[in-house]
Design a protein around this ligand. Sequence first.
Ligand code: DCP
Ligand code: MG
Ligand code: MG
Length: 357
Amino acid sequence: MAGRIIMHIDFDAFYPSVEERERPEWKGRPVIVGADPRDGKGRGVVASANYIAREFGVRSAMPISRAWKLCPHGIYLRPNLPLYVKVSYDAMSIIRKYSEKFQQLSIDEAFIDVTGKVKDFEEAGDLAEKLKREILTKEQIGSSIGIGPNKLIAKLASDYRKPYGLTIVKPEDSRKFLSPLPVRKLIGIGPKTEAALKEMKIDAVEQLAKVDVKILTEVFGKFGYRMHEMALGIDDSDVSEEGEIKSIGKELTFEEDVDDPQTILQALVDLIEEFHPELSSSGMQFKTVNLKVRYENFETHTRANTLGHYSNDMETIKKVARNLIQPFLDSGRKVRLVGVRVSGLRFGKNQKTLKEL
Ligand code: DCP
Ligand code: MG
Ligand code: MG
C-alpha cells in the first residue's frame, strides 16, 4: 500500500481572530477573549489571546488577573460562542471541499486525507497554500497547516510553525521531526504521564523511542504500547468522522447513600452545570440525554431520551434529566450514584442559547 498524505488544519488564535474580523479598527492591538478582568480583580481564565497579546506573555488558560497585569492596555472580550461556532462551520465547509475524507477534531481544527488528490508532498503543499488563502479571503481567519504521512505527524506539524505556518513532514523525515519534541506533545500524554516519564529520565520523543516497549507497558499498561508507537511515528488511524467522541457527561457517587429527592435532584443539576461548559466550548450539539442511577445494592439502571432535534441548551438537559429521574425518586430507594451524559453528538451550525462558559 502506498503511503498516505494527511493534512491537519488549525485556525490561528481562533476566538480573537473571529472578533477581529468584525472590528478592523482593532488591527495591531492585543485582543484577549476570556473571563471579565474586572480591572485585574476578575476571576476565571483566558480562553485565547491574539498573537500581539502573546508577545506580552498572555496565554490560553492563564488567570485573567495575570493577563491583566501583563497586558493592561489589551482589549478584553467575553466569549461569543454562537458566533465562533458559525464561523467555524463556514470555514470547515471550505475545508470539506478539498477532500471527502474529512474529520473535525474541535471547533478550530480538522484533518483531511488528500492522498488521492495530489501526486506527492510538494503538490500537497501547494494545495495547503491554496486552502489557507481561501479560508483567509472568504472568512478572514488565518490558519496553520501540517502535512504528514499520518494524523499524528500532521497534527504535530501544524503546531510547529504558527501563525499562518505550513510544515511538511515527509515519511522519511518523520523520525527526525519527532525526535526533539517534548513527550508532552504526544496525544494522551498529560501532566501526570509527563511527570512519570520525567522520573524515568525521558523528556523528548527521541528518548521515549529508545525505551523497551515492555517497560512502557509495565508502567503504563496498554497506553504504554501506544506511547511506543507514537514515539516511532506510527499511526494507522483513518481520517473519518466515525468513532468520534460519543458522549459528554459526568457522574457522582454520594459519600453516603441518599433517598432525599431534593438532594438527588440538586446533584443532578450540579453535574449538568459542571459538564455543560465542555459541551459549549467543543461547539457540539447533542440529540440524546442519558441518565444513570445506581441504588445502594449496586443495582444499576440507565434511561435515555432522544430529542427530535439537535441542541446544546443546558436547560433542555436539565428538563429531560429531571423527567428521566422522576420514577427513581418516587421509588423511595437509597441511591448510591447518579450520572448524566449527552450523546448523539455532532458539530453544530446554529446554536441558540449559548451564554454559558
Ligand atoms: N480554547 C479555550 N480554552 C483553552 C484553549 C482553547 O477556550 N484552554 C478555545 C479558544 C481558542 C480555541 O479554543 O481560540 C482553539 O484553541 P487552540 O488551541 O487552537 O488555540 P488558538 O486557535 O486560540 O491559538 P493557536 O493559534 O495557537 O491555534
Ligand atoms: Mg487554533
Ligand atoms: Mg486547535
